[in-house]
Ligand binder design. Structure first.
Ligand code: HPA
Length: 296
């Protein structure tokens, strides 16, 4: 059983927390104060809008009129990206004249991080005033109606990351999820994204994301099973960030770029290089949605 000790409530739910998962598994103190101080030393703005850029989408950060760019390495407590095509930089500035924070690259459970470490950047975003978060990722299509190069808005997710009992949300965050909303992914943002896509001449898919730990891609049996339980896409990220963001009261839009489509009866080899390459080709679509959302 995990024990969480910390201040009672208010903004202090973003303050230090001690997590104890039992013998040999803790305690860990989660304190985002040093990370915030390092960012505040470089940037004093507020941004209600943030984007996490997943595999192949890092170039979108170049659209930002940047006031501060920091490597995750220089932000205490931030996990460092080691995965292919993840730069690991925090970019603060404006996009189309509106304040924005971009996380250029992310970290994954398969890099050896614990789930609470992956949640630190999102909790920092909450403390910097972020209310709307767009989370992007590369994913494998499970829905046979999807094509490589499609983009899917995440309507909901199925978590197969083995997180239950491990996700270290402070009690106030745990309370907020069921109380504040009946869904994690904001319906209004999904509708707006669908409209923006159609105004730009493409169809945005909308479906269920299956979150797995990886790092290996799925077996044919797994692809079949994930489709049967209701998945439209499968990927190795996003779920911990979304749970944290929703717990901090943010509105969340999830976008998956479909880099390969599973054909269990005629399997093809999936490689990380190919995934990154194909994800990058979907950048114009993701760009249209992000620019449109921030413009309001
Ligand atoms: N499975 C899991 N993660 C992925 C895939 C996949 O097929 N494609 C891109 N990310």
């Amino acid at each position: 059983m995990s024990k969480v000790q910390g201040p009672k409530s208010s903004a202090s739910d973003l303050g230090p927390w001690t997590l104890d998962f039992g013998p040999g598994r803790g305690p860990w103190t989660l304190d985002i104060g040093p990370a915030l101080a390092a960012i505040r030393a470089r940037w004093s703005g507020q941004a209600p809008f943030a984007v996490i850029l997943g595999t192949g989408l890092g170039e979108l950060a170049d659209d930002v009129d940047a006031k501060a760019i920091m490597s995750y390495r220089d932000i205490p407590g931030f996990p460092r990206s080691t995965a292919l095509a993840h730069k690991g930089r925090l970019v603060c500035g404006t996009l189309g004249g509106r304040p924005i924070i971009v996380l250029q690259g992310r970290c994954h459970l398969y890099e050896g991080y614990r789930v609470h470490e992956l949640c630190i950047p999102v909790r920092v975003l909450a403390s910097l005033g972020v209310q709307t978060l767009v989370v992007t990722n590369a994913a494998g299509g499970l829905n046979p109606g999807y094509s490589v190069g499609d983009v899917m808005a995440i309507d909901d997710h199925i978590c197969l990351m083995g997180l239950p009992g491990l996700a270290p949300l402070p009690p106030i965050c745990r309370e907020r999820i069921p109380r504040a909303r009946t869904r994690l992914y904001d319906e209004g943002l999904i509708r707006r994204a669908i409209d923006l896509a159609s105004a730009s001449g493409f169809q945005l898919q909308c479906g269920v994301y299956v979150g797995v730990t990886g790092p290996s891609y799925e077996t044919r049996a797994e692809y079949r099973a994930f489709r049967r339980i209701g998945g439209d896409c499968v990927g190795m990220s996003t779920v911990p960030e979304v749970l944290t963001a929703a717990g901090c009261g943010m509105r969340v839009l999830g976008l998956s770029t479909v880099t390969n489509v599973a054909r269990p009866d005629a399997p093809e080899i999936v490689s990380a290089d190919e995934v990154a390459h194909v994800a990058a080709t979907t950048l114009p679509k993701v760009r249209q949605i992000v620019h449109g959302l921030i413009a309001g």
